[in-house]
Design a protein. Structure first.
Length: 276
């Protein structure tokens, strides 16, 4: 099987050096294994994604010297496929409707930060359309003894240094939302469908998504999809130890380019970081 990696940004803002690090890591891993590097645009959330951010992703990655096969998969063009997966889980009795408010759902979205809905003023209840949640108890019954064997090979490091075989514990994320009322589908479901359909064998991403992996391997098992190998990496921090992506006013790749930083500077920053 061809070693296949992907970089799967959500166009909800400009890329920052942390994204560049992830993209470059995946790209280099693919190159060194004579494999493929795929770019996927995770734009299911029409409330937060913007065309100018998507264009900036292409521009920034090209500036970094990366290339990828075209056409790029844009999740917004494949909503029907995620719906098929959701219907399948519904027919298996493994999801249940949830009528919580957006605010309540937002507080629970921490395992999938890219799924944080934009709140309307106040805390308006969702209307009659429900969100759909994964039913962990039923999923466990469905898998029977296979539940105990759920896990993934961590070839990088989790936030606490996790490495090697990880027994999955989907309960850390609870009954996650798989279909949001406002945007139809939620991150966990779309990402497993696409990782499988694009033949992704190795996932390189920040360790902020390490915990999400516990839920994603369960979904893979339920939907009969393969589990790739995972390489989570540490997040780029500034000199005060704050995460670059989260710090208010932290500079995007675009800002740094405008200030005249060149690719060699970016690569040097990352090489230093990778050694640390
Ligand atoms: N779209 C996600 C993000 O931008 C990344 C998904 C993933 O790598 O699994 O944070």
């Amino acid at each position: 099987m061809t070693y296949t990696t992907r970089f799967a940004p959500s166009p909800t803002g400009y890329l920052h050096p942390g994204h560049a690090f992830s993209a470059l890591t995946a790209f280099k891993a693919a190159r060194s294994h004579d494999g493929a590097f795929i770019l996927r645009i995770e734009d299911i959330d029409h409330t937060r994604c913007r065309p100018e951010y998507e264009q900036a992703i292409y521009d920034d990655l090209r500036w970094m010297g990366l290339d990828w096969p075209e056409p790029v998969l844009r999740q917004s063009e494949h909503m029907a496929d995620y719906q098929v997966a959701l219907e399948r889980l519904k027919s298996m009795g493994l999801v249940y409707p949830c009528f919580k408010t957006r605010k309540e759902l937002m507080l629970e979205a921490l395992s999938a930060p890219q799924d944080t809905p934009v709140l309307p003023p106040g805390d308006a209840p969702l209307d009659r359309e429900p969100a759909w949640r994964l039913a962990l108890t039923e999923a466990r019954d469905y898998l029977g003894s296979r539940w105990e064997g759920l896990g993934f090979e961590e070839q990088g490091r989790g936030p606490n240094g996790e490495h090697g075989w990880q027994v999955a514990d989907p309960s850390i994320n609870g009954d996650v939302v798989l279909a949001r009322k406002d945007v139809g589908i939620a991150y966990h479901l779309a990402v497993v469908v696409d990782d499988a359909r694009q033949g992704i064998t190795h996932i390189h991403r920040g360790h902020d998504l390490f915990e999400a992996t516990h839920t994603q391997v369960l979904l893979q098992a339920l939907l009969g999809l393969p589990t790739p190998q995972y390489h989570h990496h540490a997040l780029l921090l500034d000199d005060t130890g704050q995460r670059l992506a989260k710090r208010k006013g932290s500079k995007s790749l675009r800002d740094l380019r405008d200030e005249g930083i060149n690719l060699a500077d970016i690569k040097a920053l990352m090489a230093n970081y990778a050694k640390a």
